[in-house]
Design a protein around this ligand. Structure first.
Ligand code: GLN
Length: 285
């Protein structure tokens, strides 16, 4: 078969299994080992028999409900290749927007200065790694309660040559214990309400502890805000991703714990309330 024939074969199979047809092209491209341009040039070339069998096996896994990212073993986040597996949440495109906001508010508040940054509940390490790679003035720490997630995060830091210090522990606990203080706190904690429907592709493949955030999905933000003062410097930025349903709850938390701060919610590219930014000790001139 040619790559094109493999794609057609996969799409037909995906349709009959009622799974997203679009995933097939990405799967075949990634499994080909070619880059985008080479793939297009060779789309009508005959595929090596052994590789054809491997790709067909991948297609079968895909139509039976395995995420493309788990079949190929990685995804891309903010342009960086990240290893993913059943121990970590697969980084989502919204979270790339969060990186952009952290970098922009860093420029606004700290403009070229060295800063200490913490990523709380790092999962695959995507946020910590992307920030460390993008801004050399950021010294980055990250925590996760899951030992297995941290193993993956460390691989991602190493593969991308990011200098990140990882600690195992719940939310801010390791940093409070060590008495560390930060200029920037970022977090995309689990935020799906415990009783919300989650599609099987996600529920069956991604760790439940990375998905669910208690009643209303607010549990982890509550925990972070309760302790935030213990780990923040006087002038600081906090940036969170959150559920599109909890704009008011997020603002209320910010206004309760940091009434003097400049706190606001930003919508994601789909027009949904998604990011809370808290600027603390900002100079008003
Ligand atoms: N911080 C990671 C991410 O943004 C993991 C998030 C999570 O497990 N909820 O993808």
């Amino acid at each position: 078969m040619t790559y094109q024939q493999l794609i057609n074969y996969g799409k037909k199979l995906a349709k009959s299994h009622n799974v997203e047809v679009e995933g097939i092209k990405i799967l075949v491209l990634e499994m080909s080992g070619l880059n985008g341009a080479e793939f297009l040039l060779n789309i009508h070339s005959e595929v090596d028999r052994a590789l054809e069998e491997i790709i067909k096996k991948g297609i079968e896994e895909y139509v039976s409900g395995k995420p493309v990212q788990h079949i190929v073993g990685y995804t891309y986040f903010y342009g960086y290749k990240m290893v993913v597996n059943g121990d970590v949440l697969i980084p989502r495109p919204e979270t790339e927007e969060l990186i952009g906001y952290v970098l922009a508010y860093y420029d606004e508040m700290f403009d070229g200065k060295k800063v200490d940054v913490v990523d709380v509940g790092t999962g695959s390490g995507n946020i910590a790694v992307a920030l460390a790679c993008e801004e050399s003035n950021m010294k980055v720490w990250a925590s996760d309660i899951s030992f297995e997630a941290l193993e993956t995060a460390k691989v991602n830091a190493e593969n991308n040559q990011a200098n990140v210090t990882f600690y195992q522990g719940n939310m801010l606990d390791p940093f409070i214990e060590k008495g560390l203080k930060f200029d920037i706190l970022v977090s995309n904690p689990p935020y799906i309400p415990d009783d919300e429907y989650v599609e099987p592709l996600v529920l069956d493949n991604e760790p439940n502890i990375a998905l669910f955030g208690g009643n209303k999905g607010m549990k982890f933000y509550q925990e972070i805000f309760e302790n935030a003062k213990k780990v923040l410097k006087d002038k600081a930025i906090m940036a969170f991703e959150h559920s599109h349903k909890t704009r008011l709850e997020m603002l209320e938390l910010a206004n309760t714990y940091f009434p003097e701060a400049n706190s606001f919610v930003i919508k994601d590219l789909n027009g949904k309330d998604r990011f809370l930014i808290v600027l603390i000790g900002e100079e008003n001139d």
